[in-house]
Write a protein that binds this ligand. Structure first.
Ligand code: BES
Ligand code: MN
Ligand code: MN
Length: 456
């Protein structure tokens, strides 16, 4: 039997198993789910064992464990290191889900559940592709799996694990499915990811909440001041005003920009999907450029003062905001965080105090298109989808990609099968059954082509 036939024959089994995986609420950000996250690691380990690895283990870290498994076929064959994550984002706001986040259902050929696409569904495709190959004549390469449980909270312990296990993780390429493709009609391979600087700011005015009538107009209101400061971080061309922010930004050549903009993109569809009248972004760049190759600054949350029922006339003592900046090559996360902090403190009026607390960060990454592994991935897409995949730059971040390059010297192939419309991190996250099934097939074809090309 061919791997493709095995995949078709086992469709229902694969989906049932994925549903079991999706039912465990492995929310890494919330300690209330600790036991579920640990249970998910066990689930992944057992699924690797059942699929046919030589050995699988739960590797303890200071945080959630990393599941490692390997199938060493022959030392002379190339080795593929598969990375994925079994943790998920919190499901909030729960009331906006049409069906419960951890009770997967299929509607219109799409699996609805938190993690359906990011990344349980995509990660599990690799386990099932491996199983399909093992049951139909074997795998053409050695395979190592490294599935972590802290991707959504910054992969801090994975960084340590990678540094301490260089030999164990020795491979020829990293393969990841945790990104998106353009559409079911237009396959694509991600060749760039943005980096991230994430921080929280706290603005303090008076030492206590005040009556807004008694003191209002005479004492700085930290919420008003915070809003003014945030508003000043972008100019009227939507360029970020932090001095030095763009110093290291790599400008693309005219040819590179042209190629990037050749990817199909329908602005009207884009606006319609989001129910917006107009788009907004940095002058002089297209939407694909704004979200792929340009850095950004966004407020992710802002709070302070009274937000309960009715009205309370208060002049608050404190105001807060969570702010993130998406970075592009060759910006460095720590440097940008520092530039932000220095600038933000410098623009604060004397009437308030500012505290900046950095959260996790990550570096941007660009992956090569002239490698054997990229060619193998491209051939796999051609065979499964009938079209050559378009290289694209994604706006999201997978910080460990740059770490793999730095620590292991390995390039990554980002073979993602999600769609931007899959609502990852949002209510009603979903993943196409077709994406899942065809993705599994594409992954098996990658191994075939990678092994064949590596011989030459
Ligand atoms: N899988 C995503 C990243 C992603 C999504 C890349 C879509 C490209 C297209 C990943 O799980 C994620 O959410 N990453 C975080 C960063 C992390 C440090 C919390 C992100 O991008 O916000
Ligand atoms: Mn992910
Ligand atoms: Mn995510």
């Amino acid at each position: 039997m061919s791997a493709v036939d095995y995949i078709k024959d086992n469709k229902q089994k694969f989906l049932d198993e994925l549903f079991d995986l999706l039912r465990i609420p492995s929310v890494s950000a919330d300690p209330a789910y600790k036991n579920d996250v640990l249970k998910t690691a066990e689930f992944v380990k057992e699924s690797l064992e059942k699929a046919g690895v030589d050995k699988a283990e739960i590797c303890k870290t200071a945080g959630y464990p990393i599941v490692y498994g390997e199938k060493m076929v022959d030392p002379n064959l190339p080795t593929v290191l598969v990375y994925g994550h079994y943790d998920v984002q919190p499901a909030d706001p729960l009331e906006l889900w049409d069906s419960p986040a951890f009770e997967p259902v299929i509607k219109n050929d799409k699996i609805y559940a938190r993690g359906a696409c990011d990344d349980k569904g995509q990660m599990y495709m690799h386990v099932k592709a491996f199983e399909a190959m093992m049951n139909t004549g074997g795998v053409a390469c050695n395979v190592k799996f490294m599935i972590e449980g802290e991707e959504e909270v910054g992969s801090e312990n994975l960084e340590i694990f990678v540094k301490e296990n260089r030999e164990k993780l020795a491979a020829d390429v990293i393969l990841i499915s945790d990104t998106s493709m353009i559409s079911l009609d237009t396959p694509s391979i991600t060749v760039g990811l943005r980096g991230l600087s994430y921080l929280q700011v706290e603005v303090t005015g008076p030492n206590r909440d005040l009556h807004s009538g008694v003191y209002g107009g005479a004492v700085a209101n930290p919420i008003n001041e915070l809003c003014k400061m945030i508003a000043s971080l972008k100019d009227d061309k939507n360029r970020i005003t932090i001095p030095g922010f763009y110093d290291k930004v790599a400008e693309l050549t005219a040819d590179e920009r042209k190629a990037l903009n050749e990817a199909p993109f329908d602005l009207d569809e884009y606006k319609k999907d989001l129910n917006i009248e107009d788009i907004s972004g940095e002058d002089g760049y297209t939407t694909l450029e704004r979200s792929g190759i340009r850095p950004t600054l966004d407020v992710n949350g802002i709070w302070g003062g009274y937000i309960g029922e009715g009205a309370k006339t208060v002049l608050p003592s404190k105001a807060y905001a969570k702010i993130s900046m998406r970075l592009v090559p060759n910006q460095v996360s720590d440097e940008i965080t520092e530039l932000f902090e220095k600038h933000f403190k410098s623009i604060a009026p004397k009437s308030v105090k500012v505290k900046v607390t950095p959260h996790h960060g990550g570096e941007p990454a660009v992956t090569p298109t002239d490698s054997v592994a990229y060619a193998a991935a491209s051939d796999a897409f051609v065979e499964a989808w009938g079209k050559e995949p378009i290289p694209t730059r994604d706006g999201g971040s997978i910080p460990i990609v740059s770490l793999f390059k730095e620590e292991l010297g390995l390039d990554t192939v980002l073979m993602g099968f999600g769609l931007d419309s899959d609502a990852i991190h949002s209510p009603n996250e979903h993943y196409g059954v077709t994406n899942f099934m065809k993705g599994i097939e594409t992954i098996t074809l990658f191994y075939k082509h990678f092994a064949a090309k590596s011989k030459n």
